[in-house]
Design a protein around this ligand. Structure first.
Ligand code: CP
Ligand code: NVA
Length: 316
């Protein structure tokens, strides 16, 4: 990179990537959440992203991530380039490393949604601008930032509280495990044995002092929890393995319905990252019921990601 471009991009300091919650200290994550809350309250002055352009790259469909990033960046005064990987050379074999080196010459940050976490790791290794994880096959940290914000708006500090997950041990569940370690809540996951989250991740979280409990019994997981969370039975990265039907059979007993929710604390909230498959992992009654905060949660993607962006770009 030329000296002039370096100075424009802030010198040789390593970029502040937002890849996994486990990579970041609790105080740093807290700072992002505080920034997001300030943005939500209208307390971020001016247009801090003026003159900045962010690339948003999608290898997979998206409603919330795409719109919340695009709108959030524009509200902060920045510009966006939204790209589908199938329209990029990345989609026909250009390496993430080369893509990173090129895009770092044009834009100030890159958000990637990918079905292979190795791609975002390679992108981040070679980018000289911040890289933000907009979902991989094994993680969804932006979602968790919104989820923590949502929990705390409704029920106060999450540290020491019990959160229950029922369903697939998928990418969102795996970010919940990382979040339990970083934000100090107890996480009880009920999954079928075949769809349990990776043992190494559980071991990592426990070594960090996190209280992560695994069970195959959704009632045991949900009992007295302050928050019950579920997600789709077939994630985007699972769509090609031809096992949708067997997943449905395995996951049917883990449905978040009114009977299961009754086992939680009386004031428990219900979260789901969305999109929901109503009548599968969650019933209409629960999704539209008084304990559901799923649309607050979706809204908070906008606010929480502003905190991530302001931190990543070193602007606050
Ligand atoms: N929750 C979430 O990331 O939604 P999208 O797939 O619509 O972006
Ligand atoms: N687990 C889901 C989350 C979608 C936001 C998926 O990966 O498809």
């Amino acid at each position: 990179m030329s000296a002039m471009l370096k100075s424009v991009r802030g010198g040789d300091a390593p970029p502040r990537h937002f890849l996994e919650l486990m990579d970041l200290e609790p105080a740093v994550l807290r700072r992002m959440l505080d920034l997001g809350a300030r943005a939500k309250r209208g307390e971020i002055a001016g247009k801090p992203l003026a003159g900045k352009t962010i690339a948003l790259i999608f290898e997979k469909p998206s409603t919330r991530t795409r719109v919340s990033f695009e709108v959030g960046i524009r509200q902060l005064g920045g510009d966006v380039v939204v790209l589908s990987s199938k329209d990029m050379q990345l989609g026909r074999g250009e390496t993430p490393a080369d893509t990173a080196k090129v895009l770092s010459r044009y834009v100030d940050a890159i958000m990637l949604r990918t079905d292979n976490v190795q791609k975002i790791r390679e992108l981040a290794e070679h980018a000289t601008v911040p890289v933000i994880n907009g979902l991989t096959d094994v993680s969804h940290p932006c979602q968790l930032m919104a989820d923590i914000m949502t929990f705390e708006e409704h029920l106060g500090p999450i540290a020491g509280q019990i959160v229950a997950w029922t369903g697939d041990g998928n990418n969102v569940a795996q970010s919940f495990i990382q979040a339990a370690a970083r934000f100090g809540f107890t996480l009880r996951l009920a999954t079928p044995p075949e769809l349990a989250p990776p043992a190494e991740l559980i071991a990592w979280a426990r070594a960090q002092g996190a209280k992560v409990e695994l069970t195959h019994d959704p009632v045991a997981a949900v009992r007295d929890a302050r928050c019950v969370v579920t997600d789709t039975w077939v994630s985007m990265s699972d769509e090609r393995d031809g096992r949708a039907e067997s997943r449905h059979n395995l996951l049917a007993p883990y449905q978040l319905n009114a009977a299961l929710l009754k086992q939680a604390a009386p004031d428990a909230i219900v979260m789901h990252c969305l999109p929901a498959h109503r009548g599968e992992e969650i019933t209409d009654e629960v999704m539209d019921g008084p304990q559901s905060v799923v649309f607050d949660e979706a809204e908070n993607r906008l606010h929480a990601q502003k905190g991530v962006l302001l931190w990543a770009l070193g602007l606050a």
